[in-house]
Design a protein around this ligand. Structure first.
Ligand SMILES: C[S@@+](CC[C@H](N)C(=O)[O-])C[C@H]1O[C@@H](n2cnc3c(N)ncnc32)[C@H](O)[C@@H]1O
Length: 332
């Protein structure tokens, strides 16, 4: 028996990914203000740059979440207390945090079936270097969008489920989208299944701003790489030196916002769309929100989406929270 397998989607169910990129770029660059979706950051180069960002001293989010998970992994397995568990991770990345959580369960004598889901093929390759399956650990990877992946996994999973959504990925949704996402997740889970979500907390603005404007320019490279991706995949002629990364905290929204700004008036042609797009000097393309939370925000989210909070776990600086919730449903 092989312990690592890729579960694949029916290719006829979805628009080809390149078509979807073209449609989304057309929609985003035709809008006022212009925008592009953050889900396209993670081509091979984007995934590699993101991995470097997570190791940078200014980007505290990864170090703090790893600190939390390292300290509580045994406790997590004890609280959940199962003989065999299905761990499903949405947007798994390189899997180094998953590895820690899985270790906690294996050390407690619990068998683990791990279902990592990520839109990026590169992420799934990096994960295979970090997590090695064995007799007590099977891995069924899915390269897909979150809920397409969940649908595939649902057909396979029979044990109690623990869904991981780490790295403050939830912060990329606005408040309405977070509610929608969590309700959809609730609907796809059974009574008493668990979810474990990483939230970046509201904090000093200098700290926040530094994390999204690291002194080595990795975040700038990461954001500008999205324009390179459009050049490569859609035949565009974005000149990267004529665009500038800008990351800023919006205290009213409680969110970091990332933009690229056109540093001069210019035109960009995208051959796959057979269209040119005009940019005014210092016109912005909005790329990403990274919403920040208070403990009250997190409790409210759980109440509004059908979950009960089991426990919040935080780090030594109280910068980050991983929160364990359980599905509240009555089987009558
Ligand atoms: C910010 S990284 C976090 C990675 C990892 N969870 C961590 O905590 O280090 C986001 C990951 O989610 C994936 N991702 C983003 N949007 C996605 C979507 N709509 N469906 C599936 N995966 C997605 C990306 O490819 C990337 O690997």
């Amino acid at each position: 028996m092989t312990h690592f397998r890729l579960l694949t989607q029916n290719p006829h169910e979805e628009a080809a990914p390149d078509d979807q990129l073209a449609i989304d770029v057309l929609t985003g660059l035709s809008a006022m203000p212009k925008h592009l979706s953050a889900k396209y950051f993670y081509d091979d180069t984007g995934s590699e740059i993101f991995q470097k960002i997570t190791q940078h001293k200014d980007y505290y989010l990864t170090a703090k979440e790893v600190e939390i998970i390292t300290n509580i992994k045994k406790q997590l397995a004890d609280v959940i207390d199962e003989q065999e568990i299905d761990i499903i991770e949405l947007g798994v990345g390189d899997g180094h945090k998953s590895q820690l959580i899985i270790d906690g369960f294996l050390q407690s004598g619990c068998k683990v079936n791990f279902y990592p889901i990520d839109i990026s093929e590169k992420a799934m390759l990096m994960l295979q270097e970090n997590i090695v399956p064995n007799d007590n650990l099977t891995i069924r990877g899915v390269i897909a969008e979150y809920f397409d992946g969940l649908k595939l996994v649902r057909g396979q999973s029979t044990n109690k489920q623990l869904v991981l959504f780490l790295g403050s990925n939830i912060g990329n949704f606005n408040r309405e989208q977070s509610l929608g996402f969590l309700r959809k997740l609730w609907a796809s889970l059974k009574a008493d299944d668990y979810i474990f979500i990483g939230y970046d907390l509201k904090k000093d603005v200098q700290r926040l701003t530094a994390a999204y404007n690291d002194e080595d320019g990795l975040t700038a490279q990461f954001n500008l790489n999205l324009l390179s991706r459009i050049n490569k995949e859609l035949g565009a002629n974005f000149k990267l030196e004529k665009f500038q990364h800008f990351g800023v905290y919006n205290p009213v929204l409680g969110a970091m916002e990332s933009y690229v700004l056109s540093t001069e008036k210019q035109e960009v042609y995208i051959s796959a769309l057979q269209r040119a797009f005009q940019f005014e000097a210092y016109e912005a393309i909005h790329l990403e929100y990274s919403y920040k939370f208070s403990t009250k925000d997190i409790n409210q989210l759980s109440q509004q989406t059908g979950f009960k909070v089991v426990k919040h776990f935080t780090d030594s600086n109280a910068y980050f929270v991983d929160s364990l919730w359980q599905v509240a449903k009555e089987d009558r």
